[in-house]
Design a protein around this ligand. Sequence first.
Ligand code: DON
Length: 573
Amino acid sequence: MSERISTIRVQWIHTLQAFLITLSALAPQTYAGTTPAYATHGMVVSQSGYASQAGVKILQEGGTAVDAAVTTAFVLAVTHPSAGNIGGGGFLIYRPSTGSPVAYDFREKAPAAAHEKMWLDKNGKYDKQKHHYSHLAVGVPGTVAGLHLAWKQNGKLPWARLVQPAIDLARDGFPVSHGLARDLQSRLKRFQPYAATMAQFTNAGKPYQPGESLKQTDLAATLTRIAESGPAGFYQGKTAELIVAEMAANGGIITRDDLANYSAVQRKPIIGSYRGYDIISMPPPSSGGVTLVQMLNILEGYDLRQSQFGSAETMHLMAESMRRAYRNRALHLGDPEANPEMPIARLTSQGYALELRESIVSEKATPSSLKGFEWPHESDETTHLSVVDAERNAVSLTYTLENSYGSGIVVTGAGFLLNNEMGDFNPAPGLTTEAGLIGTHPNLTQPGKRMLSSMTPTIVAKDGKLVMATGSPGGRTIINTVLQTIVNVVDHRMNAQEAVDAGRFHHQWFPDRIQYEGQRFSPDTLQLLKGYKHTLREIDRQGSAHIIVVDRERNVLEGGVDHRRPDTAAVGY
Ligand code: DON
C-alpha cells in the first residue's frame, strides 16, 4: 500500500515538475502526507491528479470555482472512469463569497416508460439482475446538463475551454496508474459481455499494465460534440442517437424524448446550524442534507470536544444520532416533485432534535425497532471534488455512476459508461423483506422521477465566511463520512488532512450495528461499546473524502486528500 502511494507520489512529482516549468509566478504544488496541502489563492482536491491539476489551471486563468469544478469533473470522466462520468449524475453546492448559496441537482431520471413494478418478473418475483445490472438499470444521465447549468449561471471562461483538457487526455491518452490498472483488471469479468467496454478499457483484450497509455477516441469525439454544442452535443444529435441505438438493441427503454426532455434543476440548499457554523448541503432527491442536519442538531446537545475523538462516549452518541436520522431517511425521503409532502422542516428542526436526543440513553444502545428490516445493497463507487477560488467562492460536487463503472456498459461509438442508478429506487411497492429490500412509497420507481441518493456535497461557513467544503463517495455511508469530517474540524479542531485521515464509522439503523474502520479505533473503546450492547463489525475503509478547510487566521487554504483510495491529489497555487 505505502509502496503504491509513494510510486504515485513520485509519478506526480514528475508530472508536476513538468507543469512547474510552464508557470512562472504562481506555481502549483501537490502535497501528500499527514500535514494538509496549503495554498494561498485557490485549490482543487479530487480523486485524480490530472483532474485537480487541470482545475487549478482554470483558476489561474481567471476562471471561477465553478469553471474549475466543471473542468475537474470532465477530466475525472476520462482519468477516473469508475465514477467520474458524463453518463451518470450528481449534485453540486455552490457558495459564492457574497450572495446566496445554491444547489444544482443533476440526478438521473427514470425514463418515461419506467414503472413501479418493472423490477418484478412475470411471476411477480423481484429480479435483482434487471434492477441493477441491465440496460433497464440505466437512468437518463444528468451530468452534462448539470455542469452546464452551473457554468451558465456562475462561470466566466468559455465552455469549450473548460471541456478541452478532458478532450486532450481522452484523445492523446494518459499513463495508467497502478491503482487504475488494478481496478480495471478486477472488473474484466463485468466488462466481458460488452464489446464496446472491452474495447475501451482493455488493451486489445488484455488488462492494461501500469504506465501503458489509455486512449479513448470515441470519448474524445463525444466530448468534442459537448464542447462545441453544450448539452445539445449530448442530449441531441449524434450522441443521443448512439445512446438510443444502444438501448434499442439491448432491451433498454431510454428514448430520444427522454434525453431531449432531461433538465438539471437549481434548488434551495438545506441550511442547518451547528455550534454557530452554517451547514449548507443538498436537499432531496438527496437524503444527504436532511439527514446530516438532523444528526448535527442532535449532537449539538453534547460536548464532543470534551468527550474527545474516538472515545466510547463520543462514538455512542454519534451512532445513536445516526440510527435515528437514518430511520427517518428510509421512512420519509424521495424525489421532491413526486413527494411534495415530505416533512423536511420538521425533520431539520431543533425541536425535533430535542425529542430525538431525549430518547438517547447514555452508555446503552437503543435497539433499532423494525423487526427483520434491513437495507438493500448499495454500492460504494462515487467521487467527490472540492474547489475554492481566490475570492473564496466554493464548490462541493459529488457525482456517480452508482456502481463502480456503473452498468459496465459503454455506449457503442460514444465511448462513455452508462450509470446503473435505477438500482437506487426501491424494488417494488410494499416489498420490505428480511433479505434486505425496502418498499416504502417515497422512493418507488415512477416515470420521470429522480431516485433517492445519499450524496452529500456540503459547505460550512461561519459569520459570513467560508470554513470548509466537504464530501465523499461511499453509498449510504457518505452522510456519516461527511458528518465526521465536519465534527473533526469543528469539535476536534483537526486540520484538513487529520480530519480526512481520522478513523470512520457508520450506523444506518438497519442492520443494527456500528461498522468501523479496523486499526483506527482503540480496542478499549470497542470493548466499552460492546458493553453498551452495540453490535460491532470491522471493515477495511469507508469513503474517500476530499475537503478544503480555510485557516481563517492565516487566510490559507488547507487541502485534505483521502489516501484510502489511490491517485488523489490536492493542487493549489
Ligand atoms: O446516489 C447514491 O447515493 C448512490 N448511487 C451513490 C453510490 C456511491 O456512493 C458509490 N460510492 N462510492
